[in-house]
Design a protein around this ligand. Structure first.
Ligand SMILES: [Fe+2]
Length: 284
């Protein structure tokens, strides 16, 4: 019998969990408990290029929801309520709203929930590989736009408070989109604080060649299942080098990777809780 990739991964997971003595209880935890243990990651950006007008500006990043793959509208509703409570100035979504757009039954609740989010400096999003996969490109654009989110597809926006600005760039998905890295990031300026949104974290090794100060990514799900000593069980392409958390890529670029909210391929999380991220800007 042919062993599919999914069943191979499952078998490997079961054997590792078994090896560690995490039988029934551990499986139940990874399948039903941890995937729902949403947590908040907090970072402060203190940087000489952050203008005084942006001091204490709060940014929320959420990523990788994968609606439809063991992730319901009710869970999405709870996520949106939590993000609302943050009262962020700027809200950023870094891709993968739906797991399989061609099979998913979209309903009007998604844009209306997205519309509940309010951020005075704007709500922006970029494509992830699952958004483009299975002819989801146009559908996702419609849903996100109806939810009040502006797509950054190889685009740069200037975010301004009174006379001061920062730059926000978004790249199209690296795996299934048409990313224009040079054409987009060449617009960034050395003296203006710049945030780059790109779904796949490993592309940071190219982003560092431009005037970018921070890169925000998702895609990895933090590995989703992390076994002590063995590390992450699943690292998708372009999330093999940088999997989770904060990485100093160069003298100027810092990469932050969200573990994301949902799951894909396997409905488990282990030592890798779902999260959204809050960044607070600090001028010197
Ligand atoms: Fe994802």
């Amino acid at each position: 019998m042919l062993i599919t990739r999914r069943s191979f991964i499952k078998k490997m997971l079961y054997s590792v969990l078994g090896f560690l003595g995490l039988s029934g209880g551990g499986y139940y935890y990874a399948r039903y408990i941890e995937p729902d243990m949403l947590t908040t990651q907090q970072y402060t950006w203190k940087h000489p290029k952050i203008p005084e007008a942006f001091n204490q500006i709060k940014i929320v990043q959420f990523s990788d929801i994968h609606l439809g793959f063991h992730y319901s509208i009710d869970q999405f509703h709870n996520l949106i309520q939590k993000i609302k409570q943050e009262e962020a100035d700027l809200i950023l979504f870094t891709g993968d709203l739906v797991d399989e757009p061609q099979k998913y039954h979209f309903n009007a609740k998604i844009p209306s929930l997205l519309n509940e989010l309010d951020a005075p400096l704007g709500k922006y999003w970029i494509y992830g590989n699952h958004d483009h996969g299975g002819y989801g490109t146009e559908k996702l654009q419609e849903v996100m736009s109806n939810g009040g989110f502006t797509l950054l597809k190889n685009e740069v926006k200037e975010i301004t408070i009174t006379d001061s600005s920062i730059m926000l760039a978004g790249l199209d998905d690296i795996m299934l989109g048409s990313p224009n890295i040079g054409g987009t990031l060449n617009q960034l300026k050395e003296n203006i604080f710049s945030i780059v949104l790109v779904h796949e974290p490993d592309i940071a090794d190219r982003v560092k060649d431009y005037h970018a100060d921070v890169q925000l990514s998702g895609h990895s799900h933090g590995g989703q299942v992390r076994i002590p000593l063995l590390g992450s069980m699943i690292t998708p392409p372009y999330a093999e080098k940088y999997v989770d958390g904060k990485h100093l890529i160069s003298d100027t670029l810092t990469l932050y990777i969200s573990r994301g909210v949902g799951t894909t391929r396997m409905p488990y999380r282990f030592l890798c809780r779902p999260e959204y991220t809050v960044y607070t800007m600090q001028s010197n």
